[in-house]
Design a binder for this molecule. Structure first.
Ligand SMILES: Nc1ncnc2c1ncn2[C@@H]1O[C@H](COP(=O)(O)OP(=O)(O)OP(=O)(O)O)[C@@H](O)[C@H]1O
Length: 343
């Protein structure tokens, strides 16, 4: 368990984390995402005791740290996993993992769980990047930390390896039953691996929720745009509908989540996969460009009113610039809307 209350962190006069609040249950994984410089690593460092807290407090099962009581890092019982693995090059894999432990039992256990038993006696230099990162995780878990902090653990690895390894790390954390805070630049990683996703902007937590909620009902336009491709289409709330749960757009009307906003003019969030595209000479838009992305294609379409919309569609269809197409909203799920005044 870890609990952050009103946490504020300064570097000199510069406040980089402002009034941060969250808590994690016994085996929850929180993915922290946000633009570069928004304070993600600083939050991990404050939890680890490597930078001081200016205000607020951090509570773990066995310690409480605040501005007046800074618990030293070695008393916090935290495990850290970094991008650069931080293994001792002169020690074998087993000696790295069991470093400072009385026996090798726990080390052998986690090496087996992570599929590394056959590498116990080799030196880290003989391992691939993905194997080194699994050794680093095995070392962390063998020390039975109360919380694991991961700072972009996969960012130095190639894409094919990342996908497999992120699930191995998640499974190992769940098997250990330990909470974890995982900083990543990869939105897909955050949404697929996290029990909770925290989206930061300039030291503020803009949204903290499960991945589906963050993606489908983002708190604001920033979160919507940060977690994936997002179109914000002009819309008018349907005045014939007393519940205000329907919006009219140039692509037709659609159901919306219960509307909290007072304005009739709204921006409607449409993900590229929420829209159907058909070649049609009488259609409502023209193709600006189409980009092949492997498993799908991303197409930019300009509507007759000048709005530009990104649509994701089958990679089997070839479209050319200026081709006329018909766009329609293809989702039955309620859409999110935002007030037009929001920046
Ligand atoms: N030791 C330091 N002294 C002064 N300012 C710092 C220090 N470390 C970080 N900063 C500043 O604090 C802010 C937050 O930095 P931090 O490294 O936490 O961001 P981040 O979200 O982890 O970024 P990135 O995604 O690029 O790793 C940035 O503006 C950064 O320049």
């Amino acid at each position: 368990m870890i609990n952050l209350e009103h946490l504020t962190i300064n570097y000199g006069d510069n406040t980089v984390v402002k009034n941060l609040n969250f808590s994690l249950g016994h085996d929850e994984i929180l993915m922290l995402v946000g633009p570069t410089g928004c304070g993600k690593s600083t939050i991990l460092k404050a939890i680890a005791g490597l930078v001081p807290i200016a205000d607020g407090k951090i509570t773990n099962s066995h310690w409480v740290a605040d501005a007046k009581h800074q618990v030293p890092p070695e008393k916090r019982n935290l495990g850290m996993v970094f991008q650069d693995f931080a293994l001792f090059p002169h020690l074998s894999v087993l000696d790295n993992v069991s470093f400072r432990l009385k026996t090798t039992k726990k080390a052998e256990h986690w090496l087996a769980v992570l599929g590394l038993s056959e590498f116990s006696q080799v030196k880290p230099s003989q391992l691939s990047g993905g194997q080194k990162q699994r050794v680093a995780l095995a070392r962390t878990l063998a020390h039975e930390p109360a919380l694991v902090l991961l700072d972009e653990p996969l960012s130095s690895l190639d894409a094919a390896l990342k996908d497999e390894l992120r699930w191995q790390i998640r499974d190992a954390l769940k098997a250990a039953g330990v909470p974890a805070i995982w900083v990543t630049h990869d939105q897909e990683e955050a949404l697929s691996i996290g029990d909770q996703v925290g989206v930061l902007r300039a030291g503020n937590l803009e949204q903290l929720a499960d991945p589906q909620t963050c993606y489908n009902t983002p708190a604001n336009e920033f979160v919507a745009g940060f977690l994936g491709d997002a179109n914000f289409l002009d819309g008018q709330l349907d005045s014939n509908n007393n519940n205000n749960n329907c919006v009219n757009t140039v692509l037709g009307s659609a159901a919306i989540h219960p509307n909290q906003h007072s304005t009739n003019q709204v921006k409607v969030l449409l993900r590229p996969e929420d829209i159907d595209l058909q070649a049609n000479e009488q259609g409502n838009g023209k193709v600006i460009w189409s980009r092949f992305e492997g498993k799908s294609s991303l197409v930019l379409v300009e509507l007759s009113d000048g709005e530009q919309i990104r649509v994701r569609q089958s990679n089997k269809v070839t479209l050319h610039t200026n081709q006329t197409v018909q766009l329609t909203i293809n989702t039955q799920a309620p859409l999110s809307v935002f007030p037009v005044t929001e920046k």
